[in-house]
Design a protein. Structure first.
Length: 120
């Protein structure tokens, strides 16, 4: 499974990438900003995007996801330290699955995400 990680905190992003690789996912790219996430998603066509809601720059993860789902078909799982399931706006626009999990993400939850999302 090809995964794009969009997370503004360096240590969280590095930890996610390491664990995803350990569980057999192919982390195709990672970034900290919404605009970069849009271009990386178009370039790499991931099966799954792990998307933080609060990002560096002007664009939120929700706004980036809204643009991404207009360009490619992929599953998006929002991750956030804030329990704010504001992702509902993109559910109707997405051809893929959309989910939400609070940080920190336990190993069991990350494995479940890989099993559940990204499947056709």
């Amino acid at each position: 499974m090809r995964v794009l990680v969009v997370e503004d905190e360096f240590f969280i992003r590095a930890d996610l990438e390491s664990r995803l690789n350990r569980y057999g996912a192919d982390v195709v790219a990672s970034c900290t900003e919404g605009k970069r996430a849009i271009s990386l998603a178009a370039e790499h066509q991931p099966d799954l995007i792990l998307m933080d809601i609060k990002l560096k720059g002007q664009m939120t993860g929700i706004e980036a996801a809204l643009e991404i789902v207009q360009r490619i078909v992929c599953d998006i799982v929002f991750i956030s330290a804030f329990d704010s399931p504001d992702y509902n706006r993109i559910v109707t626009h997405s051809a893929g699955k959309v989910g939400y999990h609070s940080k920190p993400i336990a190993d069991s939850v990350l494995r479940m995400i890989l099993e559940e999302y990204g499947k056709e």
